[in-house]
Design a protein around this ligand. Structure first.
Ligand code: AMP
Length: 417
């Protein structure tokens, strides 16, 4: 039998309800914050991600799903930000509507080693605010993440914030870190030894025990930040405090992608594996719009991993709220009458279904029960002769024969639709 690709999932009908609920809550809250939905394609030119995320990012180094097409190379999107900035510029939103607040829901693809909470196809719920460097945008975005989590019914998380400084500050921070770590290279894991040259900041959030110990002893401060970045960070902290949002500051919080500058944040949850304990993460990317050929304008966003939200929220299976009226037609004449009645019910928006498996009356009643049907309609030879239908109320355990023309009005009253 052909199996699904490792690290992908089938979201089955009894789980899909929960997914839809999270999506619904998200759409509602995004709209309360006046964000509009955007749906970029799942596939982009590879170079978009190389240029945005940076050649040294782990995603670019080893996690891209690439598709060769002649001399072109496409990539299944590993994240949403780069695509959205590309769409913002390609569709001239920078000229017509420079400041935008966008959200997105959808699958992302990373060729990672699959494990709990880490998939090769996973789903982001995210947003991007493009066109402003106002620190209050950072406050709005972090508070939106907090509101969404509350909306999903998730508690016990920790919001961790840091500021990497502007591009200049960030390279100062990298240089300082290289100096601090120069004599400690032997104590770092193999990955971090490679990161030292390529992406030294990433050593700060390595989960390897030895690396955590080395990093723990480093004297990190906000000394890398210029006056402008320090002022920005102060306003973000004050804004979050004013909104009574609990947060922690961690100088070791860095994001692995080149485009991040200034404010970065992550939301951790103890219900997740310590190796990948983030429900979501994001930050500012004030240089990306310009680097992709647009104006010099600030931007900020974040994304939650939907699978991880479900992991901590509990992925209990739910019965669908829909309870179809179940039609049982016994015999050929009844079946011919039945498909007309079914079509009539559906034409009146009454959720309804029938048996296509040749079940006996007993088997069909069992099926109606399994579906949670409150009402069952039975058409047999007697009913055909009398131009009637038997209407069974499954809750009350009663039944009556009614003229076929009365079925729909009667059910509409009972179901108040
Ligand atoms: P990132 O774009 O890596 O900052 O990811 C943002 C969020 O997406 C993370 O905090 C996770 O919740 C989720 N995420 C990232 N990669 C994966 C993955 N491979 N499988 C499941 N969720 C992921």
């Amino acid at each position: 039998m052909i199996k699904r690709v490792a690290g992908t999932r089938d979201i089955l009908p009894d789980q899909v309800n929960l997914w839809q609920r999270i999506e619904e809550i998200s759409r509602k809250i995004f709209s309360v914050y006046n964000f509009s939905e955007i749906r970029p394609p799942l596939v982009e030119e590879e170079i978009l991600f190389n240029r945005s995320l940076g050649e040294s990012a782990e995603i670019i180094q080893k996690q891209m799903f690439l598709i060769k097409n002649g001399s072109d190379t496409y990539a299944l999107r590993p994240e949403g930000t780069a695509s959205i900035v590309r769409a913002y510029l390609e569709n001239n939103l920078d000229k017509t509507n420079a400041f935008v607040k966008l959200y997105y829901l959808g699958p992302m693809f990373r060729l990672e080693r699959p494990q709990k909470g880490r998939f090769r196809q996973f789903h982001h719920i995210g947003c991007e605010v493009i066109g402003s460097s106002d620190p209050l945008v950072d406050v709005e975005v972090i508070s939106l993440a907090d509101t969404l989590l509350k909306g999903y019914g998730i508690g016990g998380y920790k919001i961790v914030v840091n500021n990497l400084g502007c591009a200049k500050d960030k390279s100062g921070l990298s240089a300082n870190l290289r100096k601090l770590l120069k004599d400690k290279l032997g104590e770092l894991c193999e990955d971090c030894k490679a990161r030292y040259a390529r992406n030294v900041l990433r050593i700060l959030d390595c989960k390897n025990k030895g690396c955590v110990e080395v990093v723990g002893k480093l004297n990190l401060s906000d000394g890398h930040m210029c006056a402008g970045c320090l002022g920005h960070f102060t306003q973000v902290k004050q804004g979050l405090a004013a909104l009574k949002i609990d947060f922690e500051i961690s100088p070791t919080l860095v994001r692995g992608l080149d485009y991040y500058t200034s404010t970065v944040f992550e939301i951790k949850h103890p219900g997740l594996d310590s190796q990948q304990d983030a429900l979501g993460a994001g930050g500012r990317y004030d240089n990306l719009v310009k680097e992709l050929g647009g104006p010099d304008t600030g931007a900020m966003g974040f994304a939650f991993g939907l699978e991880r939200l479900l992991l901590v929220r509990g992925e209990e299976k739910e019965n669908p709220s829909r309870k179809p009226v179940y039609l049982i037609s016994l015999g050929e004449a009844a079946r011919a009458e039945g498909i007309k009645l079914l079509s009539g019910l559906r034409g009146h928006n009454i959720s309804s279904d029938t048996d296509y498996e040749g079940k006996s009356l007993k088997g069909a009643m069992r099926k109606a029960n399994d579906l949670g049907a409150d009402y069952v309609l039975i058409i047999g030879d007697d009913e055909i002769r009398e131009n009637a239908v038997t209407l069974k109320d499954m809750q009350q355990g009663t039944q009556e024969k009614i003229p076929i023309g009365e079925v729909i009005p009667r059910l509409k009253t009972k179901l108040s639709c």
